[in-house]
Design a protein around this ligand. Sequence first.
Ligand code: ADP
Ligand code: MG
Length: 439
Amino acid sequence: MKEPIIKVKDLRVIYNQGKSNEVRSLEDANVEIYPQEYVIIFGPSGCGKSTLLYAISGLQAPTYGDVSIEGKKLSEMNKKEKVNLHRNNIGMVFQAFYLVPSLNIIGNVCLPKSFSGISKKVREKDGMGLLQRFSIAEQAYKFPSELSGGQKQRVSIARSLINNPQIILADEPVGNLDSESAENVLRILKELNEIDKKTIILVTHNPEHLHFADRIIYMKDGKIVKEEVNKEKRPIEVVKKTQEEPDYQIPVEMKILMRTFRNLNPQQLGVLLVPFKAKQLLDHVLSDLTELQLNSAENYLKELLFHNMDIGTFERSLDMDFEKGGASWNKKRANSFASKIRLILEATEFISDEREKDKHHLILAEYLRKNFSLKLDEKLYMRLQSFLKLRMENKIDGFGLAKKMDLPVKMGGLGLYRNTADKITREVEIIMLLKYTRE
Ligand code: ADP
Ligand code: MG
């Protein structure tokens, strides 16, 4: 269970190598597929999906690199071993079905068994079982030309299963089917994965199919460009190893913010971070508006944080009626909200200037004293500054900061009410979040 059932290493496929019509269909593909995974290979037409699938199946010889199935290298198999591989270990399903027109349906399904030395009667019993399972038993003695596309594809799936292989490879199996038949076929493949525990690789260019997969491999121009996991089925060590790659590392700063903002996750590190910031900032400043007013304001806030809009336009947009494309707030509220946002953004800007790094905690302390009308004597104000310094250097998290502010003066704290300490901390965390950028 711990080893991949399919291993693709540094695989390259070049058609017409060295000629003027050379095509690099696959470049340095590395894929590991684990038993019982349902993997989709997704990408636009011509990106190399079929080439990858055929290389995995052994139907396409690689120009460089290697494929192993169940621990055995394809390149080291002799002809007989390859035939056995296709007969017993891999079932294939194609967009064009490839049924033999002169054989009836049960004959087609049992074709891969006809060299096995088992009597026709026993063979057909297994075949009929599969036809029943896929609701096409009534078609058993008809010929392929008498069946619909969806039925033909179910026949070809039955044929791929007749020798009970562990792996099913399907190349755009629903590419030519109407949506209802397509759904039907995709449900069958999902069931084969979930109930029969088959390992499935499905090639598709249709994004609507992606939710079926445990894992999605995205391809573009002959390369694997991205991978997405819906349901993790790989062994824990493998997943851990993958996540330790630089791309997956979460900086300490982010980890500490994640303690306060429970919905914050590593996937938001890129472009998605700004919408998240907008949402948090909004939740923080507001409470009693309608959903519509909030949603609309949130969108403007995103524009503001993406720097597509200045603060003046932002304020006017909040005040404008829905009909005119505004957020339908009133002037007073729009004004006080925009002022608050402006102050927070200014504070964020001040503490984002790396040249002033050693003054950041002083600036933040000043901002907090003003905005929360804090009455602290010189000694306590210096304590506040030192607490903020600890927080900004990520030596404590939001909870640590709140605790220090809440702690009685005698015990080295600021002696603030719990409520005030939490409010101030929340503001600090918001500013730290807004300040946060990936590099
Ligand atoms: P996909 O399945 O993603 O649509 P393919 O793997 O079929 O893509 O093809 C990838 C690229 O390789 C395309 O540019 C295609 O034209 C080219 N190609 C595929 N098969 C051959 C072949 N037998 N000879 C030359 N070029 C080919
Ligand atoms: Mg293809």
